[in-house]
Write a new protein. Structure first.
Length: 202
C-alpha cells in the first residue's frame, strides 16, 4: 500500500519534472501562472496544485494559489497558508489591492460557493479576472490555479492568463475522454486569446 509520504514524494518529483520541462522560460522575473486543468474529476488536479505550491514555497518562491473549484479541496489543504480573499472576488469589477507574497509561505484565494453564481454571467467575468491577475503579478513569482472539471468562463479565464497548463491524467477507463475535451479547450484558448500559453504535459 502506498503511504501518504510516498505519494507526496512522487507528486513533488512530478512537479519538478514539469518545471524542468518549462526550461529557461521559468527563470525570468515575470510571474508564471500554472493552471492545473482537466474536464474529468478525480485525476489528481488538487494533489498537483497543492504539492506544486509547497514545492515552490520550499524553494523561496513567492507563491499565490487560486482555487477555482467550489469543492474547495485545495483551499482546505492549504489552509495553513495566508488567506487573502475569496477567489470569486477576482472576477468582480473592483480591482484587488496589490498583495506581496513572502518567501516562507503561500497566499491563497479560497474557493467558495460564490464561484457558482459567476457562471451565469458569461464572458463579462473574464476581463476583471485578467486585470486583477495583472495587478497581483507584481507581488508574486508563481501563481498556481486549481480548476473544476466544468467547462465555463471561470476556468477559461484561468487559461487566458496562464503561462503554462498541466492536464493530469489517470489510468481509468474514461480518462482519455476528459483529456481530449481539455486539449480542445486549451488549443482554442491558445489560438484566440493566449498564444503564449505553453502546454507542459499530462
Amino acid at each position: 500500500m502506498m503511504t501518504r509520504d510516498f505519494i507526496a514524494r512522487t507528486f513533488k518529483h512530478r512537479v519538478k519534472c514539469y518545471v524542468t520541462a518549462c526550461g529557461k522560460d521559468w527563470k525570468d522575473k515575470r510571474m508564471k501562472t500554472l493552471v492545473v486543468a482537466n474536464r474529468k474529476g478525480g485525476v489528481g488536479k488538487t494533489l498537483i496544485s497543492t504539492h506544486a505550491a509547497w514545492w515552490f514555497a520550499e524553494r523561496d518562491y513567492r507563491v499565490l494559489v487560486i482555487d477555482l473549484d467550489t469543492q474547495g479541496n485545495t483551499s482546505r489543504t492549504l489552509s495553513a497558508g495566508r488567506q487573502i480573499g475569496d477567489a470569486a472576488d477576482l472576477f468582480c469589477g473592483t480591482s484587488i489591492a496589490v498583495q506581496h507574497g513572502t518567501k516562507d509561505n503561500f497566499s491563497v484565494f479560497r474557493a467558495t460557493e460564490a464561484l457558482d453564481t459567476l457562471k451565469a454571467k458569461g464572458a463579462t467575468i473574464v476581463k476583471p479576472f485578467v486585470n486583477n491577475l495583472r495587478l497581483l503579478s507584481q507581488g508574486y513569482d508563481v501563481c498556481i490555479v486549481d480548476t473544476s472539471p466544468d467547462q465555463n468562463h471561470v476556468n477559461v479565464s484561468g487559461l487566458i492568463v496562464a503561462s503554462h497548463v498541466i492536464a493530469p491524467l489517470n489510468l481509468g477507463d474514461y480518462a482519455l475522454d476528459g483529456v481530449e475535451l481539455m486539449l480542445k479547450t486549451i488549443i482554442g484558448v491558445k489560438e484566440k486569446y493566449n498564444p503564449k500559453l505553453a502546454f507542459v504535459g499530462l
